[in-house]
Design a protein around this ligand. Structure first.
Ligand SMILES: CC(C)(COP(=O)(O)OP(=O)(O)OC[C@H]1O[C@@H](n2cnc3c(N)ncnc32)[C@H](O)[C@@H]1OP(=O)(O)O)[C@@H](O)C(=O)NCCC(=O)NCCS
Length: 268
């Protein structure tokens, strides 16, 4: 049983959602249509999970994420959500196979354009360091994951962090793990995200490098056959970074976060 008394990060609503997600980890891994999304409950097959359950989650928890929804099914989901006073903001989905990712990422990692230092795996077991990572992500506008997920306690995961050699402070982060369970067609696909770069270091290739570190570890250490990433269409830097790491836009699928209408956007 995962400890949910520590390791959470964010405002009260975000912590509550993280606690719910951690408490239902076993169910998320075992239930057809459920996804272990770490920041909130999730589904990659709403009809299989059941709309009563989705409506109850939205009523009681205030958020649920929809993953890998066929684009032609999105309008019906929007309609059903509107019926219960909720709305969804969608991300574009990118994905790629192991070989394309390795080829692209090895290229970026061979010639780093900065002097940042990768933080070693021992730091990932340090709760104080993980809290710093969460605070860094949040300051960049990205809702963080619980420390239990970032550290791999809830399943195979990889956290890439680049530090400033001047003072050891965090300069960039990226993360990958497996959200889908054995009932999902995406079970061998890792998700990568939580990509953040210190504001004054952006547009110099740091995002490419830290994302490449996480993606390479996803395929070589976690054994992912494919990796997917999400980005808002308007987040041009993120979309470009993802494509430069060997992933391609999949216009046939969308992922998103559903919330009560008018709620504040959950993450970038
Ligand atoms: C997204 C983010 C991680 C990118 O990091 P970065 O270090 O600035 O990105 P890079 O310098 O490695 O650039 C990656 C690519 O995006 C392009 N790019 C970067 N910023 C851009 C911008 N503002 N507009 C257009 N293109 C941009 C770069 O030119 C590069 O493409 P190229 O190699 O073909 O020239 C960074 O902007 C960030 O931390 N944003 C806030 C958090 C966020 O949105 N995270 C993603 C959540 S999905």
């Amino acid at each position: 049983m995962t400890d949910i008394t520590t390791g959470l990060y964010g405002n009260d609503a975000q912590r509550r959602l993280q606690a719910v997600s951690l408490a239902s980890l076993d169910a998320a891994r075992a239930t057809p249509g459920a996804v272990f999304a770490a920041r909130m409950p999730g589904t990659d097959d709403p009809d299989r999970l059941g709309w009563d359950r989705i409506a109850a989650t939205l009523r009681d928890q205030g958020a649920i994420t929809f993953r890998m929804i066929p684009a032609d099914a999105c309008p019906e989901i929007e309609r059903r959500l509107a019926d219960i006073g909720c709305e969804i903001t969608w991300w574009d989905v990118f994905d790629g196979p192991r070989d394309a990712i390795l080829a692209a990422c090895d290229g970026h990692l061979a010639n780093p354009r900065d002097d940042l230092v990768p933080v070693g795996p021992q730091a990932v077991a340090d709760p104080g360091f993980l809290e710093e990572v969460q605070a860094f992500m949040a300051a960049c506008g990205v809702a963080p994951y619980p420390a239990q997920v970032l550290s791999g306690q809830t399943g195979p995961a990889t956290l890439a962090v680049l530090a400033d050699p001047a003072d050891g402070s965090i300069a960039a982060t990226a993360f990958s793990y497996f959200p889908y369970n054995r009932h999902s067609p995406h079970h061998a696909t890792a998700w990568a995200g939580l990509v953040t770069v210190r504001e004054d270091m952006r547009k110099r290739g740091v995002g490419l490098r830290v994302n490449a570190l996480a993606l390479k570890a996803a395929v070589t250490q976690l054994g992912a056959g494919r990796v997917q990433q999400y980005a808002r269409t308007r987040n041009i830097a993120s979309c470009r970074m993802i494509e430069r790491c060997g992933l391609r836009l999949r216009p046939g699928a969308r992922s998103g976060i559903a919330q009560p209408a008018g709620a504040q956007s959950f993450t970038r």
